[in-house]
Design a protein around this ligand. Structure first.
Ligand code: CAA
Ligand code: NAD
Length: 283
C-alpha cells in the first residue's frame, strides 16, 4: 500500500511535530484540530521551526517554501476522505479516541490506515471502535518529534502485516528508527520512563529534596539530557497522569499508583510548559 497524503488529527505539541516531519519528508499533509486556536498555534509552531532551520542553514529557503506548501490546515474531519493515512494525536483519553476512530472509519477511504500516537492506551480497544481493525495501528512518536529518532510501532490483535509494513516504511521515510512492541499498557517506552518520573514526583512529595536537585541528580549523575521533573513538565503533567492511570489500571500493580502530588497539580491546571506552570514556572 502506498502512502502519499496524510491527515494529522490534533495540532498540539505532538500533532504539530508529526505534521512537520511528514511535510519535510515529502508527504502532502492536512492538519486538523477541534480547537481553531490550537490549529492556528500548531501551524505557527511548524512555520517557526521550519524558518529557524533556514536561519541555521540546515535547509534552503526554497525547501522551506515547498515544505510549507505541502502542509494545509483542515477545517473538518471529513477532509480525511482524500488521505491514505490518518495519524491521531489528540488528548490521551480512551473515550475521546474511540469516538474519533469511529468517525474517521466512517469518513476515510476504504484503503486508509488509521494510526494512533497514543502513549499508552490499548490499540486493540481503539481498533474495536472501527469496522477496519486490521488497518488500525499504534505509531508512537517521541517528543520533540523533529528531534527524537524513535517510533514505537504497536500492532493490535487484528493489525494486518500489510498495515504494519506500510507504517514501518513510512517511519523509515520520516528518517525514524522503529521498534515493534506488543500491545501492553504503556508499551515499552512509557512502561519504563513513566514510573521513573512518578518516583521523582514522590521524592518531591515526601520531601527527599527540591525539584531542582532531583533533576540535578539525574542530569549530572546519570547524564540524562533533562531531569525527570523538567521532562514531566515538557511532556505535560496531564499526559503523565493519564499514562500512570493506564499502567495502574492495566497492570493492576500498586507500584504504578500515580503520586497524589501529580494529581493535585493536574487538578490545579498546572500542566507543565503548555499551561505556563508545573514543577517549574514558564511565565
Ligand atoms: N521542537 C523541535 N526541535 C527542537 C525542540 C522542539 N520542541 N526542542 C529542541 N529542538 C532542537 C533544537 O532546535 C536543536 O536543533 P539543532 O541541533 O538543529 O540546533 C536541538 O533540538 C537541540 O536543542 P537545544 O540545543 O536547544 O537543547 P538541548 O541540547 O537541551 O536538546 C532536547 C533539547 C532534544 C529536547 C533534549 O533536552 C532532550 O533530548 N530531552 C529529552 C527528551 C525526551 O526524553 N523525550 C522523550 C519524552 S517521552 C515521550 O515522548 C513519550 C511519551 O509518550 C510521553
Ligand atoms: P496536547 O495537549 O499538546 O494536544 C492535544 C490536542 O488535541 C489539542 O490541541 C486539542 O485541542 C486536540 N484535541 C482534543 N480532542 C480532539 C478531538 N476530538 N479532535 C481533534 N483534536 C482534538 O497533547 P500532546 O502532548 O500533543 O499529546 C497528544 C497525544 O500524543 C496523546 O495521546 C499523548 O499521550 C501522545 N504523546 C504525547 C507525548 C508528549 O510528550 N506530550 C509523547 C508521545 C505521545
Amino acid at each position: 500500500m502506498s502512502i502519499s497524503k496524510v491527515m494529522v488529527i490534533g495540532a498540539g505539541q505532538m500533532g504539530s511535530g508529526i505534521a512537520q516531519v511528514c511535510a519535510q519528508s515529502g508527504y502532502e499533509v492536512l492538519l486538523y484540530d477541534v480547537s481553531d486556536i490550537s490549529l492556528d498555534n500548531g501551524m505557527a509552531r511548524i512555520e517557526n521551526q521550519i524558518n529557524r532551520s533556514v536561519v541555521k542553514g540546515k535547509i534552503s529557503g526554497q525547501d522551506a517554501k515547498e515544505t510549507l506548501k505541502r502542509l494545509q490546515p483542515a477545517s473538518g474531519l471529513d477532509a480525511v476522505k482524500s488521505c491514505d493515512i490518518a495519524i491521531e494525536a489528540v488528548v490521551e483519553n480512551m473515550e475521546v479516541k474511540k469516538k474519533l476512530f469511529t468517525d474517521l472509519d466512517e469518513m476515510a477511504p476504504a484503503h486508509a490506515v488509521l494510526a494512533t500516537n497514543t502513549s499508552s492506551l490499548p490499540i486493540t480497544e481503539i481498533a474495536a471502535a472501527t469496522e477496519r481493525p486490521s488497518q488500525v495501528i499504534g505509531m508512537h512518536f517521541m517528543n520533540p518529534v523533529p528531534v527524537m529518532q524513535l517510533v514505537e510501532i504497536i500492532r493490535g490483535l487484528q493489525t494486518s502485516d500489510q498495515t504494519y509494513e506500510a507504517v514501518k516504511g513510512m517511519a523509515e521515510r520520516l528518517g525514524k528508527i522503529s521498534v515493534q512492541v506488543n500491545d501492553n499498557p504503556g508499551f515499552a517506552a512509557n512502561r519504563i520512563l513513566m514510573p521513573m518520573i512518578n518516583e521523582a514526583i514522590y521524592a518531591v512529595y515526601e520531601g527527599v529534596t527540591s525539584p531542582e536537585d532531583i533533576d540535578n541528580v539525574m542530569k549530572l549523575g546519570m547524564n540524562h539530557p533533562m531531569g525527570p521533573l523538567t521532562l514531566a513538565d515538557f511532556i505535560g503533567l496531564d499526559t503523565c497522569l493519564y499514562i500512570m492511570e493506564v499502567l495502574h489500571d492495566g497492570l493492576g500493580d500498586s507500584k504504578y499508583r500515580p503520586c497524589p502530588l501529580l494529581r493535585k497539580y493536574v487538578k490545579a491546571g498546572w500542566l507543565g510548559r503548555k499551561s505556563g506552570r508545573g514543577f517549574y514556572s514558564y511565565q
